[in-house]
Ligand binder design. Structure first.
Ligand code: ADP
Length: 160
């Protein structure tokens, strides 16, 4: 039984994240999407809102579960009995940070391996940050995020 964790901020979930979720869940028995509760990043969406949006978009995926976590990723992975961490790589700019994180995590717990999936070409430019920037100026984000996320982002910026 291979259980993997796909951790991130998901503020909010994009089609790029969904692509990694779809592809990686096909490789494992269970995929736990771990939503990081990190107030230092001052996210647009609360951790509860981010979990809810991910639950909605992964509803038809029986192998996928969504949980939030705080603290060290290796502690979370160990706590849910996962032996693998999945991360997405978009460009060379992601590489240095991801390499450092995976090596640090391996030092902290050598039983947990990190596996990288390279992004599908059509999403290689896509990040939650740019989605929020476009949405803040009223731009069309329908190519970037699912419908339930569009509605929630628009609602946020209407209130601001
Ligand atoms: P973090 O703040 O941990 O980087 P993100 O929510 O930005 O969290 O990303 C979570 C994971 O998803 C990371 O591994 C990131 O590289 C990956 N990811 C983000 N956007 C994309 C994309 N467009 N295509 C593939 N992977 C992506």
């Amino acid at each position: 039984m291979i259980r993997a964790v796909y951790p991130g901020s998901f503020d909010p979930v994009t089609f790029g994240h969904l692509d990694i979720i779809r592809r990686s869940s096909g490789l494992v028995d269970e995929l736990i999407v771990g939503v990081l509760n990190n107030n230092a990043k001052s996210p647009l969406f609360s951790v509860g809102e981010r979990v809810k949006m991910l639950e909605e978009v992964t509803e038809g995926m029986p192998k996928v579960r969504v949980l939030s976590f705080e603290g060290l990723l290796v502690d979370f992975a160990r706590g849910v009995d996962a032996c693998m961490v999945i991360r997405g790589l978009r460009a060379i700019t992601d590489f240095e940070y991801e390499l450092q994180m995976s090596q640090t995590n391996h030092k902290l717990d050598s039983k947990i391996e990190t596996a990288f999936l390279t992004t599908s070409l059509e999403y290689s430019y896509l990040s939650s940050t740019t989605v929020k920037e476009v949405a803040a100026f009223g731009g069309d984000i329908s190519q970037f995020v699912p419908k339930n996320v569009i509605d929630r982002i628009q609602e946020k910026y209407r209130r601001k």
